[in-house]
Design a binder for this molecule. Structure first.
Ligand SMILES: NC(=O)c1ccc[n+]([C@@H]2O[C@H](COP(=O)([O-])OP(=O)(O)OC[C@H]3O[C@@H](n4cnc5c(N)ncnc54)[C@H](OP(=O)(O)O)[C@@H]3O)[C@@H](O)[C@H]2O)c1
Length: 337
């Protein structure tokens, strides 16, 4: 066992989280078998990862069950378990969104599936344009009072949406949002211009997802070649359709040019990508996915790595034409899905 995990505060809250979190979207209950899922969770724990991220909607609710079983027997106080609510978990018109009804029903399902009395962080998986924000925030606050949820966060919210929620919470004396979970990587930097400055002022931490751009930044997708067997790009069940938009020839070609930069830094490509997001002090934790335990071990070694400003500049020069920076790319569905 090799542990160099470091820990950060979740935003301005008192909660400490591991710099790397392990998330189970696409993998648990879907792409990989239960045994592989348990092995990834064990590898995460062995590397010192204490923070785990899931959602009610992942694998049609099966992902929470798989994670719950994989964590059974662990000391609950030594774990930070995060889940989310918003995307549909059933066919009913109330089985979605951020209404008081769905929030209460969904947390009860999540707690049952995860086999725990409380989650450390409960996140609004998107902004719900069909529910008054006051209703959502009051419902979250009630769950905090009931001890079922310790902290409240959001995911993929725009700066103005986060700002509105903070204002309402302050006016109504409700629990404040402590985190946002956005996509963030060397290739996808849309939070930098608006979400991060607001969050820094307000004490909101970013728990970022897809730091490897779903595996693309590991360099394993080589332009002009078929994707490696067993990779997300070959997962016809779900993964292939979501990774598709990043698998562009121009992106893959530029990513290959990061290889010598990683080598010079003494890092694997995956470690370079994860370390890159951790250089941003507003990032509380980077959620990595993994389909095999050796990936967890590889990625976990990005914890505590400091990257030289000259190296960061070279990364920018290589990737500049394929970097997305437009904050308008953060969009929640105008109507509930
Ligand atoms: N809030 C949201 O809306 C949202 C959205 C997406 C994700 N998330 C969260 O963020 C977590 C991570 O997202 P993600 O899975 O897209 O993150 P990611 O870390 O960018 O990609 C993970 C995938 O890359 C491949 N990989 C990982 N490490 C590797 C390595 N060292 N070498 C080669 N390949 C490697 C694996 O896929 P293969 O082996 O299959 O190729 C793995 O499943 C999710 O589980 C979820 O908790 C949240």
């Amino acid at each position: 066992m090799f542990q160099n995990m470091e820990f950060r505060h979740l935003g301005r809250s008192g909660l400490m989280v591991s710099e790397l979190a392990y998330g189970n979207w696409i993998t648990h209950g879907s792409q990989i078998e239960e045994e592989a899922a348990a092995a990834c969770v064990k590898a995460a724990l062995d590397e010192g990862i204490t923070t785990f991220d899931t959602a009610d909607v992942y694998a049609g609710t099966r992902a929470e069950e798989v994670l719950g079983r994989a964590l059974r027997g662990q000391r609950r106080e030594s774990l930070e378990i995060f889940t989310k609510v918003y995307w549909p978990t059933g066919d009913g018109r109330n089985d979605r969104g951020l209404s008081r009804k769905h929030i209460f029903e969904s947390i009860h399902g999540s707690l049952r599936r995860l086999g725990t009395d409380y989650v450390d962080l409960y996140q609004a998986h998107r902004f719900d344009h069909e529910t008054p924000l006051e209703e959502t925030l009051r419902a979250f606050d009630d769950l905090v009072r009931q001890g079922k949820v310790l902290y409240v966060g959001v995911s993929e919210w725009r700066a103005e949406e986060i700002a509105r929620a903070l204002k309402i919470a302050d006016e109504m004396g409700l629990d404040r949002i402590v985190s946002n979970q956005p996509q963030y990587s060397m290739l996808w930097r849309v939070i930098e211009s608006e979400v991060v400055p607001l969050s820094e002022r307000e004490g909101v931490g970013q728990v970022v997802f897809s730091p490897l751009a779903q595996g693309v930044l590991t360099g394993k997708y080589v332009p002009g070649q078929a994707p490696p067997a067993g990779s997300r790009a070959t997962d016809a069940e779900g993964g292939a359709s979501v990774i598709k938009r990043v698998l562009r020839e121009e992106v893959l070609t530029r990513v290959q040019r990061l290889r010598p930069i990683a080598e010079e830094a003494g890092l694997s490509m995956a470690q370079l990508a994860v370390a890159w997001v951790l250089q941003n002090p507003n990032v509380s934790s980077a959620i990595i996915g993994a389909s095999r335990p050796e990936q967890v071990r590889d990625n976990a070694r990005a914890a505590g790595v400091r990257l030289d400003p000259a190296l960061l500049k070279r990364i920018d020069e290589v990737l500049e034409p394929v970097i997305e920076r437009d904050p308008a790319r953060t969009v929640s569905p105008p109507r509930r899905p």
